[in-house]
Design a binder for this molecule. Structure first.
Ligand SMILES: [Cu+2]
Length: 233
């Protein structure tokens, strides 16, 4: 048992990592989502343990319980007050966390236009005047530590842009440009995925994300701008 517990804990923790794990956040938006997830999981576990404890107490009781003086109080407290307070607290916490997840009001360092189509992702780094500095397909290259505004749209059906280690999803809708601001604080490779069923190849509509340190990113962007901005990766 002494060996089993650390082994089990290691196995469970290993399941939380990986290039597409929302429980392994690499930026502020994903960190806010992971915090909310752990809070909800902890609260749900506490309620489950409470209910199981009460159930065990009732089942193990040898004598029949004496009748309650005011049984309706049990219903009002457990059935109305407890869920109302718990859900309201969660609503307030989730709404406040939502501002961090979308990046409301934060300053951005650069803009990337994301265009989804069946079944491919196109990424374009834009200059302040809107010209395309670099274009890539199914491969997103980002600078470490910079807040990036993604302008997400679609050419055909509704898709959903999602990089679990960086933040939440945003729908890619034809005729619209949805905004999402994300920052990658950790250099390295991760994975993004279309999160809205969009047809036969939906499950394969993934893309790689490469987060480079600022100097390497500047080199990559210069190489792209030098003449092959229109080419694929
Ligand atoms: Cu899709």
């Amino acid at each position: 048992m002494r060996r089993l517990v650390p082994l089990l804990a290691a196995a469970v923790a290993a399941g939380c990592r990986g290039p597409q794990s929302m429980l392994d956040p690499a930026g502020p938006a994903a960190a806010a989502i992971a915090r909310t997830w752990w809070l909800m999981a902890g609260a749900a576990l506490a309620v489950l343990l409470l209910v199981l404890g009460l159930l065990a107490r009732a089942m193990l009781r040898r004598q029949p319980a004496p009748p309650m003086a005011r049984p309706e109080r049990f219903i009002v407290l457990g059935g109305l007050v407890l869920p109302t307070v718990a859900l309201f607290a969660l609503l307030v916490y989730g709404t406040l966390a939502g501002r961090t997840v979308i990046g409301v009001g934060v300053d951005t360092d650069r803009v990337v236009r994301v265009t989804a189509r069946q079944w491919q992702w196109q990424f374009e780094h834009l200059a302040p005047d809107g010209t395309v500095l670099a274009r890539s397909l199914d491969r997103l290259v980002l600078p470490q530590g910079e807040m990036v505004e993604f302008q997400v749209g679609s050419e055909d059906v509704i898709h959903s842009f999602w990089i679990p280690r960086l933040g939440g999803k945003v729908d890619a809708i034809p005729g619209r440009s949805n905004r999402l601001r994300l920052r990658a604080d950790v250099a390295g490779a991760m994975r993004g995925q279309c999160a809205e069923f969009c047809g036969r190849e939906h499950a394969h509509m993934a893309f790689s994300v490469e987060v480079l340190d600022p100097a390497s990113f500047a080199g990559w962007l210069d190489g792209r701008a030098a003449g092959d901005a229109g080419s694929t990766p």
